[in-house]
Design a protein around this ligand. Sequence first.
Ligand SMILES: N[C@@H](CCC(=O)N[C@@H](CS)C(=O)NCC(=O)O)C(=O)O
Length: 338
Amino acid sequence: MQKTLVTFAVAASLGLGATAAHAATLDDVKAKDYVQCGVTGGVAGFSAPDANNVWTGLEVDFCRAVASAIFNDAEKVRYTPLTSQERFAALSAGEIDILSRTTTWTMSRDTDLGISFVGTMYYDGQGFMVRAADGIASALDLSGAAICIESGTTTELNAADYFAANNLEFNTVVFVDQDEVVKAYEDGRCDVYTTDASALAAERSKFAVPADHIILPEIISKEPLGPVVRQGDDQWFKINRWVYFALLEAEELGVTSANVDEMLGSDNPAIKRLLGVEGDFGTPIGLTKDWAYQVIKLIGNYGESFERNVGTNTDIGLERGLNALWKDGGLQYSAPIR
Ligand SMILES: N[C@@H](CCC(=O)N[C@@H](CS)C(=O)NCC(=O)O)C(=O)O
């Protein structure tokens, strides 16, 4: 016991240990004047750069929302594209402040890797895409088919489970890079492309003739995709978690980027608290009391971000489904801001 205490005291005085090393992310972010956000190499609607290297997407919006809460400036974000395999090490090493990259919240990731999942930006599930001309109607018809998969993902494990459970012959072609996976599928080296259904929709929207490819009806897993931060910095974790909740709470209360200024005069106590008109919910997490006003003004609420990036009026064309608010039959639900 004595030895443990001494060791702890020495480590603490030297500023050692995982917690101490990364304990002040907000201070670091303020000092450098931007949030470093780990993203994909490009998944349309989630995180993708345009021709001018301007990043957009639902996951990009999350990083922009955090920057808005801190700086009142959504542009104060820099992006680090990461492969599936690189992403967690980049977060642990402090190369990024937030990982917001098609990342499924699983128990082993949450408990073994020194990271913490903030919430679920998109409730997804794994699906299969095939060429329409092949006449395949069900994932159960895929025994022995060549399946293109990205390594370092839950995708690999889920597919192995599904094929084993259904006594299907499992034949994969694995790549590190998503572009290689898609190219192999397009070139006919694989019969099937499997990943999160949202990403299948995103990729299909980019094909020359999207209708030549169909997404099979089976969804074989739960893929709650959400932002991740390093473990051991409670303040940073809570900033991220409450930015996520504020996006949802704003939608639930009908506060949008277009009406937020008008809503400052609302009589609704919940809106007053959200916008910092009544009470101060920012100072305890190192922000100003109008942190959520800034987020909504610059990014909009969750529903606005969803529709702008992946909704039915975009090429990706995703329905709200599980990602509707709880009051509309979905799973998105904010703890109360009070
Ligand atoms: N959600 C799964 C899969 C994540 C994943 O990496 N998906 C691919 C397929 S869309 C991706 O985002 N690739 C982008 C890239 O490698 O740049 C996981 O967390 O393991």
